[in-house]
Design a protein around this ligand. Structure first.
Ligand SMILES: C[S@@+](CC[C@H](N)C(=O)[O-])C[C@H]1O[C@@H](n2cnc3c(N)ncnc32)[C@H](O)[C@@H]1O
Length: 290
């Protein structure tokens, strides 16, 4: 047993990583206590095992591995998601995309059936399940990557009662969904980075799964497939909501228009960049059945 307290370990770690909040996240994982529990153990002595765990995490950080993978978890809206290199690290801007989908699905009066295509860690779809009413909600989460779906299933187990509303499908985009199922909202954060793009951060390219990021020479391959296929999977009046790249607003708006979507909008993130594309299949919503 070491004489060092958790408080001292936190201070030493902050000296190494440069910020107290990152140091706290690392210490919380090493000590195995989060939030109020962490505060309660601040004056307890740390064990050799905790120090070894922290040292191993610091060694991984020194190789350039992103903090989120080292921690093995990351917050997304109200959820604390398990994260590893099989999935993209959920981004703050994707919380906006999930928020739009939640708002549109919540506007359906009695029941709502939604799909999150390319769910990765489960971030968007599980946030929908978590924040929409327990009664009358069905959420499909899908991915072409079995490895990603293993992470999403682990996260599904952590969302409590809402998990009973979630269905998991494997396959490429709409092929992962039952052929006869139609949706009130289809949401996706698909790969949308152009291959060879200089915009791609070195750390992202080195550590995050390429198949979650890259989508052909102009980054539009998957967006085109989703817009082209969505209408026949949406109920009349149903919405398609897509995360898009900062410079894709104009072209994606035209794509939605060309496929007869109405009420098409491009919304911006907090930095004012194009971030969310949404459009509605024409027609009036019918009373829906889950
Ligand atoms: C940008 S990541 C988004 C992950 C997660 N939805 C999020 O927002 O953090 C794109 C996801 O789409 C999946 N994907 C790529 N091609 C796909 C396809 N053809 N069909 C279904 N999913 C696909 C990837 O495996 C990855 O999980």
């Amino acid at each position: 047993m070491s004489e060092l307290s958790v408080r001292e370990l936190w201070a030493q770690t902050a000296d190494v990583v440069g910020t107290r909040h990152e140091a706290r996240w690392l210490c919380e994982v090493a000590v195995g206590a989060t939030g109020d529990e962490f505060i309660l153990v601040l004056d307890e002595p740390v064990t050799e095992r905790m120090v070894a765990h922290l040292d191993a995490m610091l060694a991984r950080l020194r190789t350039g591995e992103p903090l989120q993978y080292v921690l093995g978890r990351w917050g997304f809206r109200r959820l604390d998601l398990l994260i590893d290199r099989r999935v993209l690290i959920p981004r703050p801007e994707t919380e906006l995309v999930a928020g739009v989908a939640i708002e549109l699905a919540a506007a359906r009066p009695t029941t709502r059936t939604v799909a999150d295509l390319g769910t990765g860690s489960g971030a968007i779809g599980l946030a929908l399940a978590d924040e929409l009413p327990l009664e009358g909600t069905t959420v499909w989460i899908t991915d072409v990557s079995e490895a990603a779906l293993a992470v999403a299933r682990a996260n599904l187990a952590g969302i409590g009662r809402a998990a009973t509303n979630v269905r998991v499908g494997v396959g490429s985009w709409f092929e992962a969904l039952p052929a006869d199922q139609h949706f009130d909202v289809i949401v996706s954060n698909p790969p949308y980075v152009a291959e060879g793009s200089p915009e791609l951060d070195d750390s992202v390219a080195a550590w995050e799964p390429a198949e979650a990021l890259l989508a052909g020479v102009d980054g539009l391959d998957d967006i085109c497939e989703l817009v082209a296929g969505a209408s026949e999977r949406l109920r009349p009046g149903g919405w398609l909501v897509l995360e898009i790249g900062a410079d894709q607003g104009d072209v994606v708006r035209r794509l939605f228009d060309d496929h007869d979507f109405v009420d098409v909008e491009i919304r911006h993130d907090l930095a004012g960049r194009d971030r969310v594309a949404l459009g509605r299949r024409p027609g009036e919503p019918q009373p829906s059945h889950p």
